[in-house]
Design a protein around this ligand. Structure first.
Ligand SMILES: Nc1ncnc2c1ncn2[C@@H]1O[C@H](COP(=O)(O)OP(=O)(O)OP(=O)(O)O)[C@@H](O)[C@H]1O
Ligand SMILES: [Mg+2]
Length: 153
């Protein structure tokens, strides 16, 4: 398992990092995002979409739970903010996550038990007004190149 920390100093930088993940992402990849309100999860999702070649505007689907977009691969944008971990409601998200697309889940902690183990976990921390820490955990070597690009490893 790799754990890498990025520091982003602007919304643009967060989106640029995410866009690279979108470019490298493959069928079945799932990005599980966690962090407080306004931590930058939706900006990351927008960047991911851009990297997948999606032109449509991607917004937080807070009231719809799931939005589907078509890019280089299908893109499933899930926002679990309104879902409760203790509510054992089966969402039936498997058909999306096992499919040939790329999935991003905001507030992933709320549906942790329903997520596959093979995932890229990204925790967002707000360090000041413009700065965010992104802690990325993955066992996929596919994203190694991105780690080299954005950190001083
Ligand atoms: N480096 C940064 N990266 C991302 N967002 C930043 C950064 N600096 C400041 N911001 C601001 O933080 C906010 C991030 O909003 P965003 O909707 O992406 O967060 P979120 O984690 O999805 O929040 P929510 O949980 O409410 O959906 C925006 O207002 C954005 O302008
Ligand atoms: Mg959001």
């Amino acid at each position: 398992m790799f754990q890498v920390q990025f520091v982003s100093c602007s919304t643009e930088e967060t989106m640029r990092i995410a866009e690279r993940f979108g470019q490298e992402a493959g069928a079945g990849d799932l990005f599980a995002l966690d962090g407080d309100l306004g931590a930058g999860k939706t900006h990351f999702s927008k960047g991911l979409a851009k990297g997948l070649g999606i032109k449509a505007m991607v917004n937080s689907p807070t009231f719809t739970i799931l939005k589907v977009y078509n890019g280089r691969l299908p893109f499933y944008h899930i926002d679990a903010y309104r879902l409760d971990e203790n509510e054992e409601e089966e969402l039936g998200l498997d058909e999306y996550m096992d499919g040939g697309g790329v999935t991003v889940v905001e507030w992933a902690g709320n549906i942790q038990t329903q997520l596959p183990n093979r995932r890229v976990t990204i925790t967002f921390k707000r360090t000041n007004e413009q700065e965010r820490e992104l802690i990325v955990c993955t066992d996929s070597p596919r994203f190694e190149q991105i780690f080299k690009e954005f950190t001083d490893l």
